[in-house]
Design a protein around this ligand. Structure first.
Ligand SMILES: NC(=O)c1ccc[n+]([C@@H]2O[C@H](COP(=O)([O-])OP(=O)(O)OC[C@H]3O[C@@H](n4cnc5c(N)ncnc54)[C@H](OP(=O)(O)O)[C@@H]3O)[C@@H](O)[C@H]2O)c1
Length: 205
């Protein structure tokens, strides 16, 4: 059975995005710093069609995630920011299911990425994603509102936090209002000078 995992960048003070995030201000005020470490990573640059970059411990983690993810699920606010910023082909190279209350026809991009808009909730999105994943894993991409629903429903097997050594002070927190019943077990820690990669197995949602 394929796994469901979430993988998010976070500031040291717990924010996955700064305040005032909007399509013309992706990741909010100062929030792009959360992902600064990835910008020079070879596998990420490949998926952005930029080329170059370094093959190091950070790269190995990004490469591993791209390889295991057969499909992605995200919330509409994350999609709205990416719609303007992602290149064509977008970095996913796989089906993407977007949770939203606004129906929209599928948006087909190059490289195997089709965005399908799901208006009947997380169970439906996950059922469609599992079917499309062809045995690979399902990645819940974000944002916080979306990941929290999957955590609370006990539908995530593994949570990765890529902790950037920066402080934002304000923004969108991942764990606000998540049930304290959530129980996790540390599974892996890898760090470089730019970021600390934390992996937790979810024992109970
Ligand atoms: N640090 C990271 O790694 C990372 C990763 C991903 C995203 N982000 C950031 O996170 C921020 C967005 O996070 P967010 O928590 O504000 O929003 P989000 O989870 O991206 O999107 C929330 C929206 O998705 C739709 N939605 C979610 N669940 C739904 C459901 N069950 N049924 C129907 N629609 C549903 C609703 O859209 P509508 O009702 O409006 O249609 C809702 O307003 C962005 O700034 C993004 O850049 C950061």
């Amino acid at each position: 059975m394929s796994k469901v995992f979430a993988s998010l960048g976070m500031s040291l003070d717990g924010f996955i995005s700064g305040p005032n995030a909007a399509p013309d201000n992706p990741l909010g005020d100062g929030g792009l710093r959360i992902h600064e470490w990835v910008e020079n990573v070879e596998s990420w640059r490949e998926r952005q069609s930029i080329g170059g970059g370094e093959s190091n411990a950070d790269d190995a983690i990004v490469r591993e995630n791209f390889a295991r993810a057969g499909v992605y699920i995200m919330g509409r606010r994350m999609f709205d920011e990416g719609e303007q910023g992602w290149p064509d082909p977008p970095p996913f190279r796989a089906p993407v299911f977007v949770l939203t209350n606004s129906p929209r026809a599928p948006w087909v991009r190059q490289g195997g990425t089709t965005f399908t808009f799901v208006t009947d909730g997380i169970d439906s999105a996950l059922a469609q994603a599992r079917k499309a994943a062809a045995g690979k894993d399902v990645q819940i991409s974000g944002g916080a509102h979306t990941v929290r629903q999957f955590l609370d429903a006990g539908l995530i097997d593994e949570l990765q936090i890529h902790l950037a050594p920066i402080v934002l002070g304000k923004g969108v927190r991942l764990f606000d209002d998540v049930s304290p019943a959530l129980t996790v077990e540390p599974a892996r820690v890898i760090h470089s000078s730019a970021v600390t990669h934390l992996t937790y197995r979810i024992l109970r949602g």
